[in-house]
Design a binder for this molecule. Structure first.
Ligand code: NAD
Length: 487
């Protein structure tokens, strides 16, 4: 059976490359190639820039309310096609259908809807200075590049294009080479909704295509989601033409469970924050610090629920709640971390091996894994694993656990479970992280800004402030009287 070949999406339609070079995309749950994608060669790259220039001219000339109306049509189409798009995400990522069906498309659509609503409300300032005055205009930046990771491909494309397009920019988006189809579907939906050709273009390929985007002088901004190390390269390259950057990078986030917490709720949060999307979520609470008084109760319940309630298998089966990791290479990386955890003296509470479920025997599965007896300096406690691997640690003292939780170069997220309202806020205010939860974990509504402290990121996505990151302020001084000049 021949598999489809997808071309790059430029100027409102698919465009064939000249080299004929392609790459293959596999379904992580079956290890089978499901389609091929053409790589954006020089011809495509030049066409993308020309297309985005034309798209920008047309789109930025529209009023915000016209742009908003069109984007809201795209939102309606995204929601109508929820199941078709969710299936694309399941086949590309290996994540469970039961998640994609209610999260991936929905949270992407929410963000476009949110920024479509905000766009017409964005205003400049006006101020008198004597008899003269100045006013400011919020102008779009021009062509913005988006570079995505593979864990939430469609959602990331929506989160980057929503504010960028609402503010009047054109976008050239490069999805991860592991999961390229969701962005193409979004491009088609934008065209169907009435977004002018050239406003949202999709270029395909791996690091080389990303590097071209970050170095290209016609591009004003790069919004990047991926690993810390890649983020540093992207930022260094963007500096060559002083591009604005947004960086959504990795994490090693702590969850603090105090002895007055609802322990079952804390176990739910720990499981969600480690096993949802088979652990491939940037904000995961992979370091769980549990107060010594509730430690035994916590790990007993965690072990029972992890062993009884997790169903791995064909991700399209609605009963399945643990999918396959993105690739064989990533599965090996995660298993390598598990070996390291054992070598360095952590105790496996449960899991620890590759899985081969009957309904998806060739998939890249890893058992939900919990380590106890962990120490702060162990590799599994320090490095982002990006798989279903949780490290549980014990604490006794509030100040001490805050210091331990903050002892990392990352600062994406953090959580606290306690019924003491004062402690909850006191502790969370001291944690060095951009996205925090009290008695909750993982929710990320469109209204709430998200982004990292320290090396977990720069700038924010979602929330009102993000629109400012896609505009530049023009100040205009207006003289109302004759100029006084010594010349
Ligand atoms: P990655 O850094 O390997 O790749 C991300 C993207 O960058 C891909 O599209 C890739 O092709 C591209 N790329 C690679 N090298 C490049 C270069 N030199 N220049 C430009 N582009 C380049 O990350 P990944 O493995 O796809 O994703 C997993 C990582 O993403 C994890 O670290 C995770 O924490 C992070 N992540 C962060 C967030 C967040 O919002 N903070 C969200 C999702 C994922």
């Amino acid at each position: 059976m021949t598999t489809p070949v997808y071309e790059n999406f430029i100027n409102g339609h698919f465009l064939k490359n000249q080299t004929g070079d392609t790459f293959a995309v596999k379904n992580p749950a079956t290890d089978e190639v499901i389609y091929h994608v053409e790589i954006a060669d020089e011809f495509i790259q030049n066409a993308a820039i020309e297309s985005a220039k034309q798209g920008f001219a047309a789109w930025s000339a529209m009023t915000p309310i016209e742009r908003s109306r069109i984007l809201l049509k795209a939102v309606a189409i995204l929601r109508e096609r929820n199941d078709e798009l969710a299936k694309v995400e399941v086949l590309d990522t290996g994540k469970p259908w039961q998640e994609a069906e209610c999260v991936d498309v929905e949270t992407g659509a929410d963000v476009i809807e949110y920024f479509a609503g905000l766009a017409p409300a964005q205003v400049g300032q006006q101020q008198m200075v004597g008899n003269d005055f100045y006013y400011t205009r919020k102008e779009p930046l021009g062509i913005c590049a988006g570079i995505g990771a593979w864990n939430y491909p469609l959602q990331i494309a929506c989160w980057k294009s929503g504010p960028a397009l609402a503010a009047g920019n054109a976008v050239i988006f490069k999805p991860s080479e592991e999961t390229p189809l969701g962005a193409i579907k979004l491009a088609e939906i934008f065209i169907e909704a009435g977004v002018p050709a050239g406003v949202f273009n999709v270029v395909q390929g791996a690091a080389e295509v990303g590097q071209w985007l970050t170095a290209n002088p016609n591009i004003e901004k790069v919004s990047f989601t991926g690993e810390v190390g890649t983020g540093k390269k992207v930022m260094a390259s963007a500096a060559g033409s002083l591009k604005d950057v947004t960086m959504e990078l990795g994490g090693k986030s702590p969850l603090l469970v105090f002895d007055d917490a609802d322990v079952s709720q804390a176990v739910s949060a720990a499981m969600l924050g480690n096993f949802y999307t088979q652990g491939e979520i940037c904000t995961n609470c992979t370091r769980i610090y549990v107060h010594k008084n509730v430690y035994q109760q916590f790990i007993d319940e965690l072990k029972t629920r992890t062993e009884q309630n997790i169903i791995a298998g064909d991700p399209m089966d609605p009963e399945v709640n643990l999918g396959a990791l993105i690739s064989k290479k990533h599965q090996e990386l995660v298993l390598g971390y598990i070996d390291k955890g054992i070598q360095e003296g952590a105790t496996l509470l449960t899991g620890g091996k590759a899985l081969s479920p009957a309904s998806a025997p060739s998939g890249y599965f890893v058992e939900p894994t919990v380590f106890v007896d962990c120490k702060d300096d162990m590799t599994i406690v320090k490095e982002e694993i990006f798989g279903p691997v949780m490290s549980v640690l014990v604490f006794d003292d509030e100040d001490d656990v805050i210091q331990r939780a903050n002892d990392t170069h990352l600062g994406l997220a953090a959580g606290v479970f306690t019924k003491d309202i004062q402690r909850a806020h006191r502790v969370i205010h001291q944690l060095q992280a951009g996205i925090c939860w009290i008695n909750s974990y993982g929710n990320s509504p469109a209204e709430m800004p998200v982004g990292g402290y320290k090396q977990s990121g720069i700038g924010r996505e979602n929330g009102i402030e993000t629109l400012d990151h896609y505009t530049q302020t023009k100040s205009i001084y207006v003289g109302m009287s004759n100029i006084e000049s010594p010349f």
